[in-house]
Design a protein around this ligand. Structure first.
Ligand code: ZN
Length: 322
């Protein structure tokens, strides 16, 4: 029998977090400063577990290793390649940059690099993100960091709900205060922090560590935005917008307004319901789905259907993640 893999989120407290993950998504948050829900994750820093069905109670990492056919995975030594999070930036996140695979593996063997992407779920009226920088040469970049010329160095972009940003490894970035975002990324937790707004962590009384040498080594200079143009197709009661098709992952926004039928397009598909509720039908079985739930449609699910009123962000592995 083929079936979806429903996953439980893993919640992470962060000094910049808030309560939106409870208020908007109904998650059982551990504190009033909860920043991240890892909703599809095989990463050891927060691995999601399967709820219901024949793999109930197993972690995604276990199912990935023991049932490679469900992912058309031919290399069982590698980790689950993708990670999906929902982030509540109640305050600004630190300005940071991530390495590519080569740098990550050289400096922290076993970790992947981190190319990520943001789908903006909600944003306060004046919300912005930090995205890219204004230095034209590495020398200028290093100098602006050394002189803490943040206003001159950092580039900001206003954001609205529904916007999408592709953030390749080597891009200086941060979510700004008042942004709720769904992040689809490589499964990695390697972050080089450049600027933390001189904040002190309430818990530790310390500033969080910066990683300036690594950041200078991995940041791409000059910044060249690679923003994909979204394209939308409609079929029946469904609308599917391609947000990005990139080497590590492909990301789509799917909305349904009634019965809608889908066929497999990739080894497996990760789905997070970001609005509405409805029914997912797989192999003759109906599953109630609603905002906040995430699931994987594995390789043995050749076709599926949704009914109801649903907005979902789905993703599939790109060629470098297969
Ligand atoms: Zn990041």
């Amino acid at each position: 029998m083929s079936e979806p893999l429903f996953l439980t989120p893993v919640l992470h407290e962060k000094m910049w977090g808030g309560v939106a993950l409870r208020e908007d998504f109904g998650y059982d948050i551990p504190s009033e400063t909860t920043g991240e829900a890892w909703v599809v994750s095989g990463h050891p820093h927060g691995v999601t577990a399967v709820v219901g069905g024949q793999f109930a109670g197993q972690t995604l990492a276990e199912v990935w290793t023991k049932q490679p056919q469900l992912f058309e995975n031919h290399d069982t030594t590698r980790q689950y390649p993708l990670l999906v999070k929902i982030l509540d930036a109640h305050q600004d996140l630190s300005v940071q940059v991530h390495p590519d695979d080569t740098y990550a593996n050289a400096h922290q063997p076993g970790e992947l690099g981190k190319t990520e992407s943001w789908y903006i779920l909600d944003a306060k009226p004046d919300a912005k993100i930090y995205f890219g920088h204004n230095a034209m040469t590495h020398a200028a970049f290093d100098e602006m960091i050394d002189q803490q010329a943040w206003g001159e160095l950092l580039r900001t972009v206003p954001v609205k709900p529904g916007a999408f940003f592709y953030v390749p490894a080597g891009t200086l970035h941060a979510l700004g205060a008042g942004v709720l975002a769904l992040e689809t990324q490589q499964s990695s937790d390697l972050t080089y922090r450049v600027y933390d707004f001189d904040r002190v962590d309430h818990e530790t009384g310390q500033k969080r560590a910066l990683h300036l040498a690594d950041a200078k080594a991995v940041t791409r200079v000059p910044f060249e935005p690679e923003q994909p143009e979204p394209s939308t197709i409609n079929f029946g009661n469904a609308e599917k917008t391609t947000l990005v098709e990139a080497p590590y992952f492909n990301v789509y926004r799917v909305t349904v307004t009634g019965p809608a039928y889908f066929t497999k397009q990739a080894p497996y598909t990760q789905v997070t319901v970001v609005d509405g509720s409805g029914v997912l039908t797989v192999d003759g079985h109906d599953y109630d789905v609603q905002k906040g739930q995430s699931f994987i449609l594995p390789a043995n699910v050749e076709e599926w259907a949704f009914d109801g009123q649903l907005t979902m962000i789905s993703s599939t592995p790109g060629f470098l993640s297969r």
